[in-house]
Design a protein. Structure first.
Length: 234
């Protein structure tokens, strides 16, 4: 059977272009999305009618994630790569502490830190069946505590720091099943989240990341890395 990949947040930005790149490389992609009937996904489906399988997946809802795993299980006996890409970064994040609404942090933490855990938990039986399993959590340099120079963006930065810890815990736990788990900073990309001033094109980034992920085949690889595969300080 060909490579099978699950990607969350596949409607736009990096998630969409990772989906496209894996499809171009011949993989079957389960494209997780809150709304699977977006024009971009539907157009991609016309190009890859057999290998693109859109799957309804809301990462804050354990029932939705469980249902997604059940539906993916109807199509395949194993998943080789899980990419936890879905995330949010609210505009209110850029307020200084005095103006920040702390309650705004909760949904960000729910999506960015807990979403990936829900997905890994639900898809564990499928990923355990792969002979070369990888779980990639798309993180950010903004979750690195030792290099942090920012004074705000509490919600996003703290959510990615928590994601990094979750990734390390999963890496330790899943090593015994030969599953590689990574947290990857993709770089600053021109997406809805990254904005138009960002340095990187998301499709080119997706191509770089897919090559990087394909080349990593050891559970002893450094866990927190950038888009070149270099280690980032925790
Ligand atoms: N862009 C950058 O410069 C940058 C830098 C560092 C790290 N990152 C990370 O890279 C990843 C991709 O970012 P991006 O720039 O491509 O973001 P984006 O353009 O804002 O896209 C975010 C994706 O996440 C999905 N999503 C949001 N909440 C969700 C939920 N509750 N359940 C399921 N899907 C949900 C969105 O779906 P809807 O269409 O349904 O909203 C969308 O598909 C994220 O993890 C981000 O933190 C990005």
């Amino acid at each position: 059977m060909n490579k099978t990949v699950l990607i969350t947040g596949a409607t736009r930005g990096l998630g969409f272009f990772l989906t496209k790149k894996y499809l171009e490389d011949g993989a079957t992609v389960f494209a997780g999305a809150r709304d699977i009937s977006t024009p971009m996904l539907e157009e991609l489906k016309l190009e890859f009618p057999k290998t693109l399988v859109p799957i309804t997946l809301e990462v804050t809802d354990s029932s939705s994630v469980g249902e997604a795993a059940f539906n993916v299980g109807k199509h395949t006996a194993k998943i080789d790569v899980i990419i936890n890409n879905a995330a949010i970064h609210n505009n209110s994040s850029f307020e200084i502490l005095e103006n920040a609404d702390i309650e705004d942090c909760l949904p960000v933490y729910d999506v960015n830190s807990l979403g990936p855990l829900r997905v890994v938990k639900a898809f564990l039986p499928l990923i355990k069946k792969s002979a070369s399993a990888k779980i990639i959590n798309i993180s950010s340099e903004s979750g690195s505590i030792s290099t942090c120079r920012r004074e705000k963006e509490f919600d996003y930065c703290m959510s990615k720091a928590a994601l990094n810890m979750g990734t390390k815990l999963l890496s330790n736990y899943l090593k015994k099943y030969n599953i590689t788990v990574l947290a990857v900073h993709p770089g600053w990309m021109r997406t809805d989240m990254g904005g138009s001033n960002a340095h990187l094109d998301p499709y080119e980034t997706a191509c770089q990341l897919v090559a990087l992920f394909d080349g990593i085949n050891s559970t002893d690889h450094p866990v927190l890395i950038d888009n070149n595969g270099d280690s980032i300080p925790w």
